[in-house]
Design a protein around this ligand. Structure first.
Ligand SMILES: [Zn+2]
Length: 238
């Protein structure tokens, strides 16, 4: 399928290449993750200006040739997320969110809902840079896992389906576990269970706060589930 491609996209990564070029990883609604080269972009007179930087939301024009790497032929800013860009914590949080997304959705499959999730996360960080917390990363990752089809099961024992006392978390079973099914699980207390349930079920903007111990345990549940069911390695949150 060679020829021109027009798509909305968010820049996940932007890497220097050669004298003046950049290689971009972008995420699109209908073509998933795309790699593209932008030529001459680091020259001062580049027609792309500074808009091929991470976290820009763009209308992109690309040329698809025979290689896996498309060529950027045009770019228009949809949102620059200027306030996010001015805040170190928000920038860092956006970078971590984009890294997680690129790991879980590392293909050309269409997932418009994941594109929308990314745009709402960036808007939230732009409007409320103070929300750039570890809790936000937990909630964002849970929503990524949900979209990928392997969100942890939190409502009942992931092994036997009983909803009695849930005492642990089993990455292999893909969720919380009751006392009779606890083999291969690690201990998960009620507070962490509640935090996971709220972070998965509520909008990103309503992610509850939690103490570092709870966040670390939630992060373990998420990253081990992603590794077991998606063969995805996520970086540690804290
Ligand atoms: Zn059970």
């Amino acid at each position: 399928m060679a020829g021109p491609v027009k798509t909305e996209a968010v820049v996940l990564r932007s890497m220097r290449y050669g004298e003046a070029d950049r290689i971009l990883h972008v995420y699109t609604p209908m073509r998933g993750k795309i790699s593209a080269i932008a030529k001459g972009v680091r020259r001062s007179k580049s027609r792309f200006g500074g808009r091929l930087e991470p976290f820009f939301r763009l209308n992109l024009e690309l040329h698809e040739g025979r290689s896996d790497l498309m060529t950027v032929t045009g770019a228009e800013t949809v949102s620059a997320y200027a306030k996010l860009r001015a805040d170190e914590g928000a920038l860092n949080s956006a970078a971590r969110a984009c890294d997680s997304l690129g790991r879980v959705f590392d293909s050309g499959e269409p997932h418009p809902e994941v594109f929308n999730l990314l745009c709402s996360a960036l808007s939230l960080l732009d409007e409320h840079p103070e929300r750039a917390t570890d809790e936000f990363q937990v909630a964002f990752r849970l929503k990524l896992l949900l979209a990928a089809g392997f969100a942890p099961q939190l409502a009942a024992c992931a092994s036997c389906g009983e909803s009695g006392e849930l005492v642990g978390f089993s990455p292999a079973a893909g969720g919380v576990i009751c006392a009779s099914c606890e083999a291969g699980s690690f201990e998960l207390d009620a507070e962490t269970h509640r935090f996971l349930t709220d972070a998965l079920g509520r909008p990103l903007a309503e992610t509850p706060s939690a103490d570092p111990r709870v966040i670390a345990l939630a992060d373990r549940a998420i990253s081990e589930t992603a590794a077991h069911h998606g063969q995805v390695r996520l970086k540690a949150i804290a």
